[in-house]
Design a binder for this molecule. Structure first.
Ligand code: PNS
Length: 161
């Protein structure tokens, strides 16, 4: 039987419980899950790629079929290099839909062998995004409901709490 592989791409700046929810649930359904930190050209970036990778690795250390990568190029090229034909994305609300449709349609155009599958984010996390968490953390509010403790520490350090 062949190995099932899926890629969870994103900017993860930083990883939140919303991402971890999708990762945990996907890890149950694929033999190998590959998390890939990529550049989103419309986002400036708060954490360095190395910092993001470290925060992700710490967050997924309980999952033995998950690997964390960084790729400096197109997502479909990463999938190609890895031999993966499934991308998993989380969908929080209707407001995500247009952006996700653009992303998926472009990826499909670039490589029609790669299929994107969407998973609804658990309702507890449906309002969480990295940007909102950073905004709240920058005002020195408590973000422990939205990110694991090591990410909270990294946010506090970044914003000098
Ligand atoms: O977490 P994000 O910021 O919504 O993730 C978006 C990301 C990084 C997956 C997307 O911007 C991406 O795939 N970037 C790599 C470049 C690419 O493949 N672009 C073509 C699709 S528009």
């Amino acid at each position: 039987m062949s190995t099932t592989k899926a890629v969870i791409p994103g900017s993860f700046d930083p990883i939140t419980y919303g991402h971890i929810d999708i990762i945990d649930r996907s890890a149950d359904r694929f033999d190998e899950l590959h998390i890939c930190v990529l550049k989103n050209s419309s986002k400036a970036g708060t954490f360095s790629i190395e910092e993001r990778i470290e925060l992700i690795k710490e967050s997924v250390k309980h999952l033995d079929n998950v690997t964390v990568h960084h790729f400096n190029g197109l997502l479909v090229d990463f999938c190609d290099e890895l031999g993966a034909q499934t991308i998993i994305r989380g969908l929080r609300a209707v407001s995500d839909f247009e952006y996700e449709l653009r992303l998926t349609s472009m990826n499909k155009k670039l490589n029609s062998d790669v299929e994107t599958m969407y998973m609804m984010t658990s309702t507890n996390y449906s309002f969480i995004s990295s940007s909102v968490v950073k905004e709240v953390a920058a005002y020195k509010a408590n973000v422990s409901d939205f990110v694991p403790v090591h990410v909270e520490k990294a946010l506090n350090k970044k914003f000098r709490k």
